[in-house]
Design a protein around this ligand. Structure first.
Ligand code: THG
Length: 369
């Protein structure tokens, strides 16, 4: 993650919270789904410490929603993903791989079931709307597919239950992981889910209508002053420790879900109707030849830099590291990479050709945390 200045133009969409994010002193933005995504406010390390100890409010509006509504909504969603959604009920969220005809990953969104005939697909960084609209048209399905004015606001960290209870009432404490309940804010019913792109626990509020953004942001900060609430964003160190995948970085269309560790979300028997079924069934039969792993990279703190970095064993390439960064809590560099089957077992020793030189590293079957 080398840092440059990005020229923000009309192609880079602001969010309902951008004025508040700027006022909070954002120091670095990224662009995700053509929209601004705050990267850090103090420093990546300082924001990491604060996220693990307190509570943060995240402008993750760039997790845009693809809304599918109509009599064929459930049918379309099941064409989109190999994950079996037949038992999904209203109020549930599901992490779903979305693949093309070859089984290549197109996105790894969260699906939200709002009603029997209405879903949001909360997308990672690729233009999934085009794919979904194309399938709806091609299969002549009775659905509307569009991007609603809905912007997720994350509340993440160990004090997030307390902060959310102060704004929405104690009932938020009862929301189960990857489920949502509806709560009123200024007369508007909002979906509040227990989910989010960190392992510290927390919520995502699907803010329905740009005009609610600033009042909601202000309510959270007013209620959380004594909790040391701060603005934050998905944190590089914390998410690599937790093994949370970043589409376009750690995984791309070159990878199938089995390589991404998402095989547990693929049911591709003869009843399956998803795009890519045959390709996935073939990969499932033989098993993937490489897979995502966490790695511990030894030596001095690595400064995040352009990747991939080759993974070597006996001088030969056996994979690629997509991200590596110093973890203050684990006192080692934590990393994610895709590793060949020959070297993917827990404890395997490899060499990483980092921009700061060759380093010894250990493959891990489980993530840090
Ligand atoms: N929340 C919402 N939308 C999103 C993200 C999010 N869209 C973009 C991006 N993040 C999509 N990618 C992910 C990656 C990981 C998770 C969610 C979305 C995640 N994984 C958990 C884990 O790996 O521990 C749980 C997965 C499970 O068990 O189902 O949360 O963050 N709204």
């Amino acid at each position: 993650m080398s840092q440059h200045i990005i020229s923000v133009s009309a192609r880079h969409r602001e969010t309902p919270f951008t004025r508040r994010v700027n006022a909070a002193g954002v120091k670095c933005y990224s662009v995700y789904n053509h929209m601004l995504l705050p990267v850090f406010f103090d420093s990546v390390e300082a924001d990491y410490r604060h996220l693990k100890d307190h509570v943060q409010v995240w402008d993750v509006s760039c997790e845009r929603q693809v809304e599918i509504v109509g009599p064929d909504a459930a049918k379309l969603l099941q064409i989109l993903t190999p994950r079996n959604l037949s038992t999904m009920t209203v109020g549930q969220c599901r992490y779903i791989p979305v693949v093309d005809d070859k089984g290549g990953m197109l996105n790894d969104p969260v699906a939200v079931k709002l009603a029997e005939d209405r879903y949001w697909i909360s997308i990672a960084d690729s233009d999934l709307l085009f794919w979904v609209k194309g399938l709806a048209i091609g299969f002549e399905l009775d659905v509307e597919v569009f991007e609603p004015d809905v912007s997720p606001l994350g509340v993440q960290g160990p004090k997030s239950d307390e902060l959310m209870a102060r704004v929405f009432g104690d009932a938020v404490r009862e929301i189960k992981f990857f489920r949502f309940e509806r709560f009123d804010f200024q007369g508007v019913s909002l979906c509040v889910a227990r989910s989010g792109y960190s392992k510290q626990g927390g919520f995502e509020i699907y803010v329905d209508g740009t005009e609610l953004g600033e009042p909601l942001w202000d309510a959270l900060f007013a209620a959380g002053e004594d909790l040391n609430v701060r603005a934050g964003g998905p944190n590089l160190i914390e998410r690599v420790e937790g093994g949370l995948l970043s589409y376009g970085g750690d995984i791309t269309r070159e990878n199938n879900p089995y390589e991404c560790g998402l095989g547990k979300f693929c049911s591709v028997d003869e009843n399956s109707v998803c795009i890519g079924r045959d390709a996935l069934a073939e990969i499932a039969r033989t098993g993937p030849s490489k897979q995502i792993r966490s790695l511990a990279i030894e030596g001095d703190p690595l400064i995040p830099a352009a990747s991939p970095w080759p993974i070597l064993a006996d001088g030969k390439p056996v994979g690629r590291v997509s991200v590596g960064v110093w973890s203050p809590d684990h006192r080692t560099n934590v990393a994610l990479g895709i590793v060949d089957k020959s070297h993917w077992d827990d404890g395997t020793r490899v060499i990483i050709a980092t921009p700061q030189g060759e380093r010894n590293a250990t493959i891990m079957e489980k993530s840090f945390k």
